[in-house]
Design a protein around this ligand. Structure first.
Ligand SMILES: *[C@@H]1O[C@H](CO)[C@@H](O)[C@H](O)[C@H]1NC(C)=O
Ligand SMILES: *[C@@H]1O[C@H](CO)[C@@H](O)[C@H](O)[C@H]1NC(C)=O
Ligand SMILES: *[C@@H]1O[C@H](CO)[C@@H](O)[C@H](O)[C@H]1NC(C)=O
Ligand SMILES: *[C@@H]1O[C@H](CO)[C@@H](O)[C@H](O)[C@H]1NC(C)=O
Length: 410
């Protein structure tokens, strides 16, 4: 059992009497509730904008941790005990792939390969998979990749195709119905048919138009996260950051004022290259219309196989020392957070070893890492190298060995 001293330490910077400063508790939420009550009782000396003012529900860990981090970062004592006491990331889950099938790294999509992970549309039971992951594995976030061409029926810059959007929305609603958080992921590598967004390919206005429509549709859903783009690569980073800024502004102006937006760097969102190749420094400048960076979260990926491609069934590294450790330090220095929206490996002993190690590290640094999302379930079959699709139905599901070993929570 943990003992929560976090709030006492933080409050010590501004308040002398510490009601409930040593919150012995069974979990995060007791501590958070205690914290919120302190706020409600008017411990105002250290109150900061963005700190929750009413008693939180048990399920809004993401928002609370974000608020806590803002608060901690402005306190005069910034203690590692915050990280330790809030051990375990808020969000853990799996990608539910299928609407992205047919997308290549050049941003083209052969939409005839789309294979919706929905029984109603003739595919695998993605809704059942998500319910199982929530109920049996205590997972609480799903990423729902979709191709840009699919959403627009290949009409670049046009109105979203209502038939296709209605089908994708069935998956989004199935996700929301589980109570989990749901990431809208435009899976196009910052490209459309081989050409880069804002850099000779689709105009920024065309990309902004896509996001304005998506944000308008989902602006009232607090559990939606907007994943701006999957795995940009081989592009001009400062120009890409300027594109991301336009999208953030458009999402906020569409009325989605408080959901998280995931900001992707170049190099296939490599956690290892995020700082060194300029993405982090450039994306640090992206802000909300009110100049804050609240709920702007960096999106990183990191596979564990020999060439970091996520295409091999054996893993060779946990990539902590060269990626997740230096990134954690950088995030802490800059008072920012990241989420790993793709990680995984084969259903092998080596991948169980290294992925569990990577996840343990991310959990131990949960002040700067919001979560991890495994790649991938949904419409993948057992022959796929990185398959995480559970088998079964109803209330009887069987996980892959890697999900069982590392991704499921107890
Ligand atoms: C698209 O995929 C289908 C099904 O795999 C295939 O028959 C077709 O040739 C592909 N089209 C192109 C342009 O690659
Ligand atoms: C850094 O990014 C550039 C393009 O922005 C890319 O060409 C280059 O390969 C990247 N370098 C590394 C080491 O990944
Ligand atoms: C970020 O913005 C600052 C201030 O406008 C500017 O000096 C800096 O060059 C920008 N950094 C990047 C990497 O774009
Ligand atoms: C991280 O992964 C890459 C590619 O898989 C590998 O080359 C590198 O040596 C790894 N680093 C560490 C510290 O494990």
């Amino acid at each position: 059992m943990r003992t929560f001293t976090t709030f006492g330490i933080l409050l010590a910077s501004g308040v002398s009497a510490l009601p409930g400063s040593n919150v012995g508790g069974a979990g995060l939420f007791e501590a958070l509730s205690g914290f919120a009550e302190l706020q409600c009782r008017g411990v105002s000396g250290t109150k900061q904008a963005g700190v929750p003012r009413k008693k939180p529900e048990d399920d809004n860990c993401l928002a609370l941790k974000s608020d806590l981090r803002i608060w901690a970062s402005t306190a005069s004592i910034r203690s590692r005990s915050l990280d330790e006491n809030l051990a375990n990331v808020c969000a853990a889950g799996v990608n539910i792939a299928g609407f992205d099938f047919g997308v290549g790294t050049d941003g083209s999509q052969n939409v005839t390969n789309v294979y919706p992970p929905l029984q109603a549309l003739g595919g695998p039971d993605g809704a059942g998979q998500m319910s199982h992951f929530v109920k049996d594995d205590k997972l609480n976030i799903f990423r729902l990749p979709v191709g840009w061409q699919y959403l627009t029926a290949s009409n670049l810059g046009g109105t979203l195709n209502s038939a296709n959007l209605q089908k994708y929305d069935q998956l989004v609603q199935a996700c929301l119905n589980t109570g989990a958080s749901c990431i809208i992921d435009v899976h196009n590598y910052a490209r459309w048919n081989g050409q880069i967004v804002g850099q000779g390919g689709p105009t920024n206005a065309q990309f902004v138009n896509l996001w304005t429509q998506l944000a308008t549709k989902y602006k009232s859903q607090s559990k939606i996260l907007f994943g701006v783009m999957n795995e940009p690569h081989d592009l001009n980073v400062p120009e890409w950051a300027a594109t991301v800024q336009l999208v953030v502004t458009a999402i906020r102006n569409a009325g989605a004022t408080s959901q998280m937006i995931l900001l992707p760097g170049s190099d296939y969102t490599s956690a290892e290259k995020f700082i060194s190749n300029g993405s982090g420094p450039a994306l640090l400048n992206v802000t909300n219309p009110d100049s804050s960076t609240t709920n702007l979260i960096f999106d990183v990926h990191k596979y564990l196989d020999s060439d970091n491609s996520g295409t091999h069934t054996e893993c060779v590294t946990d990539n902590i020392s060269n990626a997740f450790q230096p990134l954690a330090t950088w995030l802490r220095t800059n008072n920012r957070q990241a989420i790993n929206t793709e990680t995984g490996g084969g259903n092998t002993a080596s991948c169980a070893q290294y992925l569990c190690s990577q996840i343990a590290f991310v959990n131990a640094n949960s002040d700067v890492y919001l979560g991890y999302v495994g790649w991938a379930a949904g419409s993948f079959s057992a022959t796929y190298e990185l398959n995480e699709t559970p088998t079964g139905s109803g209330s009887n599901w069987q996980d892959t060995s890697l999900v069982k070993a590392c991704i499921a929570r107890t």
